[in-house]
Write a protein that binds this ligand. Sequence first.
Ligand code: C2O
Ligand code: CU
Ligand code: CU
Length: 519
Amino acid sequence: MNRREFFERQLLMGAAWVVPGLVGAQGMGGMGGMSHGMEHMPGMGGMGAGQAMSGELAVADAIAGHAPLAGLWRLPNGSRRAGLFQGRLEAAPVQLELIPGFKTEAWAYEGHVPGPLIEVREGDRVEIELVNRLPQPTTIHWHGLPVPADQDGSPTDLVAPGERRLYRFTLPPGSAGTYWFHPHPHHHTAEQVFRGLAGVFIVRAKEDPLAALPERHLVFSDLRLTRDGRIPPNGMMDWMNGREGQFVLVNGQRRPRLDIGETQHWRLWNACSARYLRLTLGNQPFMLVGTDGGLLASPREEGELLLAPGERAEVVVQPPEMPGPGVLVAAAYERGKMAMGAMGPAPEQAIPLVDLMYRKSRARAGSVPKILRPLTPLGAVRVTRQVLLTEQMDMARMHASMGADQPQGMDFLINGKTYDPMRVDFQSRRHEVELWELMNASDMDHPFHLHGTQFQVTERELDNRITPEPFLAWRDTVNVRPGEVVRIKVAQALPGKRMFHCHVLEHEDLGMMGVVEVV
Ligand code: C2O
Ligand code: CU
Ligand code: CU
């Protein structure tokens, strides 16, 4: 049974068990009144798979806003040798005061949420020690970076509580780009990330055509807090739709301010578990200059920019002729989230992320080079593979799993299967160009992500219409809409087992993940 049928059936049966505590929840009418998503109802977001309501949610302005945008904390380089970065990342619980007067226990790398910025150059050797002081096993996965498979923090390479391990890799020429890192232990990735574990990673090129522009870093993360400052566990709806909190933070701040007095180069990270960010500057365009894996061949003017969970972008923002205020907004985006009892989509809302102040421009406009770098399309395809994304709901199993940490009977599948660490789904040869057809036969968007390398989208097909990808770009994450087929070309350079999965972290934890072994 698919999700829509499942919900229709539940509606007829009276769905109170799906979300315990539903009846009598504040602002809730009868079943017929549930015409929008649970996450829009106060107090409904935080319910565990089987537990009662875990407390009312904090109001939307409980975290103070409007401070100047903070820079990211940089992980210090412990090495003095040129070309070597040595650092330490301790993952541990930390007490933060996000809501005045209340302590929030978050999980953080080196005490920072979001985690630190690691900045290196192409060709650098990187050695980072992970120290696990969490109550769960963890790993560090270097999202998007071309690191050896045994250094990539796969779910099978767990670091137990109290243990440590050293990650070591060298970043090859051409790897300059905007990456990030986060835990990847199976079943616990979503939790570890929504508790605060994620940091960002920039690899700089030897020759940077944008070096003259001042850089701003914007890490978007999602947070749900109860009124008394706790980060509640996932509920059924979170597992199904992917978790979205009531706060979208930028560098850990709510709705910060940013002055734009000159042309700026922004790096953007969508580090949210499930939230899509359809970014706009109102009437101001973005100049898109880069994607996950670095610069485009040349800049492109874009009115808006959709960043799926896990995706990054580089943009250039120029102050308009007229100085004045502006806003960076995440506009409404309908991604097929299932609302309790609603047959239509949940209404989405625009979220202001950053208040901008455009100042009189001193720098000349048009200081962005027309050519950024050469990009070569991947060559002739040797192998074609299909990756089918589906979902399946099983009422009886869901029922039986009430009270469990992670629900059963809510299956998000790749080629009909959930993740099995012992299974190899595909075997690929190093450097061989493959065409992967990513097909979404489910009711909601899924951001597809592949480890170990960057890929190139060649075309997208929806309703029998094929749209060739308008520009060449290196990506490691691409959104696939319901009914859509996205075709990508990929060649893996390094041997070993790599994951591919949906980057809605709850879906990944529920098993929407496969393994490609590169030989
Ligand atoms: Cu950012 Cu396998 O993930
Ligand atoms: Cu990854
Ligand atoms: Cu998904």
